[in-house]
Design a protein around this ligand. Structure first.
Ligand SMILES: [Zn+2]
Length: 203
């Protein structure tokens, strides 16, 4: 096999969900459709060149330093906290109102060595007071790691901002599923019917 083809195959295998078999199929497809190959190259290059991280919320932006959402100062004083940048797009597209967002950049995972220091929490210390945030909605899914992170965040917010209202989307989100895996209607319902996050009250 040509070493360049082998290299391409190896890169593809680093992507989640792509094993040796799939990467071989993808390479075959790309080599036999050069226009597709070029289209992919251009798309990758455009994303690499123009997409960076919003310094306020941690989401993606093509207009640094802030993203399109953070530029809209008239949004509600409700801050929706999500795990990954793409969750912002998913939720904002279907949210019933114009909320603000904050991206953690992952969830706690002891096995992978992801602790609280790895989460994008520092900007929240200024965001909450500066933007007059009244309510934080934890929009995390039902996996073990996401639930653990939600409880950690509850303590974190209570410690730093005792007066803040904290709620979470829970209704309808299946246990063991990530936010990004839920269908639009479920996610929308989960956001609308968010509940106060108060473990003592519910036990
Ligand atoms: Zn932003």
């Amino acid at each position: 096999m040509d070493p360049r083809v082998r290299a391409l195959q190896h890169v593809l295998e680093k992507l989640p969900g792509i094993g040796e078999r799939t990467s071989r199929r993808l390479v075959r497809e790309l080599l036999s459709h050069r226009s597709l190959l070029r289209e992919l190259m251009e798309a990758l290059e455009a994303v690499d060149r123009h997409l960076s991280v919003c310094t306020r919320c941690g989401g993606y932006t093509g207009t640094p330093p802030y993203c399109e959402i953070c530029r809209q100062e008239d949004r509600l004083s409700v801050l929706v906290v999500v795990a990954e940048p793409e969750d912002v797009w998913a939720l904002d597209a279907l949210a019933p109102e114009r909320y603000r967002y904050h991206v953690l950049g992952g969830v706690l995972n002891a096995l992978e060595g992801i602790g609280p220091d790895s989460l994008n929490l520092a900007p929240l210390r200024t965001r909450i007071p500066d933007e007059g945030i009244q309510e934080v909605v934890l929009a995390l899914g039902g996996t073990f790691e996401e639930q653990t992170t939600a409880y950690f965040l509850l303590d974190w917010f209570r410690e730093h901002f005792p007066d803040l209202r904290i709620s979470r989307i829970a209704v309808g989100l299946p246990m063991g599923r990530e936010v990004g895996e839920a269908d639009e209607e479920t996610l929308r319902e989960a956001l609308i019917h968010r509940q106060p996050f108060d473990p003592e009250a519910s036990s």
